[in-house]
Design a protein around this ligand. Structure first.
Ligand SMILES: *Cc1c(COP(=O)(O)O)cnc(C)c1O
Length: 454
């Protein structure tokens, strides 16, 4: 007699969630999926195609979550799926090196090299593959400490770098969604090694280096913050971070897990290079798009630093699933499929959608602003764009639940938190955009009618 196995797959969202609540904490395997900040029953998705996802009840939504990034070409893109199938047929993994790892690294390095000859600029020189963004940033910090022999880390309030111990202080993403300062289970000793300062604040940066400069191993920053809603760096801020770190013998870690291969072919770094505000990161982390939808992430940087990793150097890092052949094949297909037309299309699609949503909110008299970082945007329920976490939190967050659910009812799936960026894909065509714009009016009405919880 089995207690849990019913042999029947749930066919409604409610049944799926009810059963999930019994066997997984909060019914989810990643907190934001639980809809806690927007209320209601989370949808359980069964499939995706192009700009759409379909839940277990057969309801189709225009998707603006995009797997939180990887679905750059839309869901189930034929070339990406074909690459996965081909790789799967050869075996799921070997725990030994495979040629796909080399080819993916070459594709990435090629994108992170701009210009030619003497004017050539390289964003990274070598790449180590891991399985999640969390591992990439965790390893970057260990490398920075190993390279400098120093203990402290500087991070910005509201930035999210995955869920390793030293990076959860005042983090964005789910930590922001749940409105908590950090996480239980982290020792005070560990927490004390991370100094959290406000984003886009040159004075706070100068002060922390004046006080602790010779003990700081690294500054870690999102290339453009997008886990407290979208809050781009001030022009020149990333460059200042690099210069400040270098002046004190510390390293700059730029986290491009979300922006990498999305902002431009060369990520946020490429965008700033083109804008004349280029900066030098010592280490750069990648995730999301790099795996094409499968668990894969990477850590790149200057060769002399990357070569401190085992087996060449004293900084240990390893992974049973690292460089998995199916994931590298999928990631390579994604990068090969993301040509100039994709990077031309994304910002235009995002602009059309955001303009429509903004006009509808204005028509209902809802105070809001659309904040941008390249082709990524999010809506803040406050009149002007925030520059840091305190300002991002100072908004009518209580409008978002009503807005979110009206969108969902009208067939549009948004990130279920006001603190997340929205993701468009190259597959969002006129029909999909039309459906979002058709939902904009009712959603704006719902946001206007919302009232703060007592
Ligand atoms: C998503 C994200 C991470 C964490 O990546 P996981 O694969 O979820 O561990 C790290 N940094 C940034 C900027 C992210 O957006």
């Amino acid at each position: 007699m089995t207690r849990f196995i019913s042999g029947r797959t749930p066919t409604t969202n409610a049944e799926a969630f009810e059963r999930a609540l019994v066997v997984t904490p909060g019914g989810v395997n990643s907190p934001v999926r639980a809809f806690r900040s927007v209320g209601g029953t989370p949808v359980f998705l069964a499939s995706g195609h192009g700009p759409y996802v379909v839940d277990v009840e057969g309801t189709e939504y225009v998707d603006l979550v995009g797997q939180w990034g990887p679905a750059l070409l839309g869901h189930a893109h034929p070339d990406v799926i074909a690459a996965a199938h081909e790789a799967v047929a050869r075996g799921l993994g070997f725990g030994a090196s495979s040629t796909g790892e080399v080819e993916l690294a070459e594709l990435v390095l090629d994108r992170l090299t701009l210009g030619e000859g003497a004017s050539e600029r390289r964003g990274i020189e070598k790449l180590r593959l891991v399985s999640t963004g969390t591992e990439a940033t965790m390893t970057a910090i260990r490398l920075a400490r190993g390279a400098t022999g120093r203990p402290l880390l500087v991070k910005f309030a509201g930035h999210y770098h995955g869920h390793s111990d030293s990076l959860l202080s005042e983090a964005g993403s789910g930590i922001a969604t749940l409105g908590i300062p950090g996480s239980a289970g982290i020792t005070p000793e560990t927490a004390a090694q991370t100094i959290v300062i406000p984003y886009n604040d040159e004075d706070a940066l100068a002060e922390v280096f004046a006080l602790h400069g010779d003990r700081i191993a690294a500054i870690i920053t999102e290339a453009a913050a997008a886990n407290m809603g979208v809050v781009p760096p001030k022009p020149g801020f990333n460059r200042l971070l690099g210069e400040t770190a270098r002046a004190h013998g510390a390293l700059l870690i730029v986290d491009e897990v979300m922006t990498g291969f999305r902002s431009t072919a060369a990520g946020w770094w490429g965008l700033e290079e083109a804008a004349g505000s280029g900066y030098d990161a010592d280490l750069t982390t990648f995730g999301k798009i790099i795996g094409g939808g499968l668990p894969l992430a990477g850590l790149g940087g200057r060769a002399e630093i990357l070569d401190l990793l085992a087996p060449l150097g004293p900084v240990y890092q390893a992974g049973t699933l690292s460089g998995n052949p199916v994931a590298v094949a999928t990631g390579a297909a994604m990068l090969r499929g993301a040509g100039p037309e994709v990077y031309d299309r994304l910002p235009r699609t995002a602009r059309t959608i955001a303009d429509g949503l903004s006009a509808a909110l204005s028509a209902e008299g809802v105070a809001h602003t659309v904040a941008w970082a390249g082709s990524q945007f999010s809506i803040f329920f406050r009149p002007d764009a925030p520059q840091n976490y305190a300002e991002a939190q100072d908004q009518h967050t209580w409008r978002f639940g009503a807005y979110f659910h009206a969108m969902l009812e009208h067939g549009v799936s948004l990130p279920p938190s006001v603190y997340e960026a929205w993701f468009v894909s190259a597959a969002h065509d006129d029909a999909a955009i039309e459906r979002v714009l058709a939902a904009a009016g009712p959603a704006a009405k719902a946001a206007a009618a919302a009232t703060p919880a007592l």
